[in-house]
Design a protein around this ligand. Structure first.
Ligand SMILES: C[S@@+](CC[C@H](N)C(=O)[O-])C[C@H]1O[C@@H](n2cnc3c(N)ncnc32)[C@H](O)[C@@H]1O
Length: 266
């Protein structure tokens, strides 16, 4: 897989993360769904793998690439890792640092892009990169950088969006474009930047990372029920916090839209 063209990259709205205000933790912010509806599934999956690998996170170092406001970073820290988050958005880092302070968590937040991580080779035991790989211009460089900063034997955990007909219909049309249900701003995601599992497997292999597994996720409720919930949110009857109380992701064999996975540095 190649670096994304400038023409396609221009379409994605990565500026939203600099919007200021409480875009990450506010009760009526779309990003809050990362906590209420996405974290339980992905954190559960990663924790289970860590348990199966018989790894005690205490004293181990973990980096989250593209940490945003710290919604996943805080869970990594709570697992016991010595935790660092890195992101290009200063506004998001500010929000992350403020929230960590309120929660009494000790997390190092640094400014930087995945394409050029500000860390020495072999700095981390674990790297997490969730809901970020489909936002970057140079995916091959980001994977190369993640591999570079991982120690030999270190583990890379990720999740991302698959590039399929179904993901175009659901993640672009329903989630972003069709006003009847849309709950994400337009251009939060760009379909052409989604990544097929085979593409990420190739990039991992090319960068000295041994791919181990992929797992899909799907809504906890049926599609008609979910559309009903999204309609309530779109009409203003529900906040994002209300939506998050009814809808969340669960693990599934279906990788048509979202999938998670991990690889080990050789
Ligand atoms: C949807 S948010 C995900 C935040 C966090 N990982 C989570 O899942 O809670 C995407 C994040 O990717 C960041 N991002 C965009 N381009 C990036 C790049 N080239 N390298 C690293 N992070 C990037 C954005 O600033 C934003 O914080």
């Amino acid at each position: 897989m190649e670096k994304i063209s400038a023409e396609i990259y221009r379409k994605i709205d990565n500026e939203i993360y600099n919007a200021g205000g409480d875009i990450w933790w506010g009760l009526d912010s779309v990003m809050l769904l990362l906590k209420t509806s996405v974290n339980p599934c992905r954190v559960g999956y990663f924790k289970n793998l860590i348990y199966q690998m018989k790894i005690n996170p205490e004293g181990k170092t973990a980096l989250e690439v593209g940490c945003g406001g710290g919604i996943l970073t805080e869970e990594i820290s709570r697992m016991g890792f010595i935790t660092t988050g890195v992101d290009p958005s200063e506004g998001s880092l500010q929000s992350a640092a403020n929230h960590a302070r309120l929660e009494g968590l000790s997390i190092q937040y640094d400014k930087g892009a995945g394409e050029q991580l500000p860390y020495a080779d072999a700095s981390f035991d674990f790297v997490f990169c969730c809901d970020v790989l489909e936002h970057v211009m140079d995916l091959p460089k980001v994977i190369a950088e993640i591999s570079r900063v991982l120690k030999p034997g270190g583990v890379f955990f990720y999740d991302t969006l698959n590039r399929t007909f179904i993901s175009k219909l659901v993640a672009i049309k329903i989630w972003q474009e069709w006003k009847r249900w849309a709950f994400m701003p337009p251009n939060l995601h760009v379909w052409e930047m989604f990544i097929k599992p085979e593409e990420i497997k190739t990039l991992l292999r090319q960068n000295g990372l041994e791919w181990k597994a992929h797992r899909g996720s799907q809504p906890n409720v049926s599609i008609p029920k979910l559309l009903g919930y999204l309609r309530k949110r779109a009409k203003g009857e529900w906040t994002y916090a209300d939506l998050g109380k009814h809808f969340w992701l669960v693990e599934s064999n279906d990788m048509n839209i979202l999938y998670m996975g991990y690889a080990v540095k050789k």
